[in-house]
Design a protein around this ligand. Structure first.
Ligand code: ATP
Ligand code: MG
Length: 261
């Protein structure tokens, strides 16, 4: 059975049908890319999966259990974590602290215990630090050593994106939802991001659903591609199949809009 399933999921904002009867599956260990023009509903799909919005109809199933309707933090503790299109880091905290706080949902000591420095929390803090360091190690030289104690605001844009991914990993999630991980990156960084996503799957054991506009990245990372347009799934399959699908080409070139004018 698929790790994640969206079954006939719909969501409207006012009169606008943003996600329309969407069926989507992500299998264990897969990297699936969600593509589509601006406003197609991609980020809304992430917001539905992570519980920020409830579907108007349909259901979302993770590891065989229904998660639609649960609170966002409950969904995170079930094993789904995400990054945001517009980054959400604690800019005044250090790189390491940013990753450490992301683990709190699945470690035992409360933040209060930690502040009081109780013995259990001191032991836990060491474990949490180790876990955070392990996650950061995935990013190699880019997020190594001396950077751990720097405030997040001192990081480059690309490193902030990497740090967001490290935070998602640190929640203990099995499924990572990455919203445009290569946005704003230069070609070298974009290539590194492509490699990183493969490494997250192959070495990290993560299953990944990723929204991405850069077709080189999509080609490089995807086991499968799903294309959305106006909230409707218009194509699904290998990168080559989807990239050459006439409906996808039409959606990207806006031919329909031009013809109906
Ligand atoms: N909270 C909201 N309230 C009202 N409308 C919304 C809300 N969130 C998204 N929308 C609308 O839903 C549509 C889809 O938005 P969404 O952000 O999901 O698109 P997207 O595919 O992620 O686009 P992009 O590639 O530009 O990030 C847009 O028309 C957007 O304005
Ligand atoms: Mg978006």
């Amino acid at each position: 059975m698929a790790l994640l399933q969206l079954r006939d999921v719909s969501k409207a904002f006012g009169g606008l049908q943003v996600v329309n009867s969407l069926d989507l599956e992500v299998g264990e260990g897969e990297v699936v890319s969600l593509i589509g023009p601006n406003g197609a509903g991609k980020t809304t799909v992430f917001n539905l999966i992570t519980g920020i919005f409830r579907p108007d109809s349909g259901e979302i199933v993770f590891e065989g259990g229904i998660v639609s309707g649960l609170l966002p933090h409950t969904i995170t503790t079930r094993g789904i974590a995400r990054t945001f299109q517009t980054l959400r880091l604690f800019l005044n905290m250090t790189v390491l602290e940013n990753v450490m706080v992301a683990t709190y949902g699945h470690t035992r000591a409360s933040i209060l215990e930690s502040m009081l420095q109780l013995p259990r929390s001191r032991r836990e803090e060491k474990e949490i630090r180790k876990l955070a360091e392990e996650k950061l190690a995935f990013f190699g030289q880019r997020l190594m050593g001396y950077r751990w104690d720097q405030p997040a605001y001192s990081l480059s844009y690309a490193n902030r994106r990497r740090l967001e991914i490290a935070r998602a990993m640190a929640t203990g999630a099995r499924l990572l939802l990455l919203d445009e991980p290569a946005a704003g990156m230069n070609p070298v960084e974009t290539h590194e991001m492509t490699e990183l996503i493969g490494k997250l799957r192959d070495e990290g054991g993560y299953t990944i659903l990723v929204i991405e506009h850069d077709m080189h990245v999509v080609e490089g990372i995807s086991d499968r591609v799903v294309a959305l347009d106006y909230g409707v799934k218009i194509a699904e399959g290998s990168f080559d199949d989807v990239a050459t699908n006439p409906r996808v080409i039409e959606a990207y070139l806006g031919l329909r809009t031009a013809q109906t004018k």
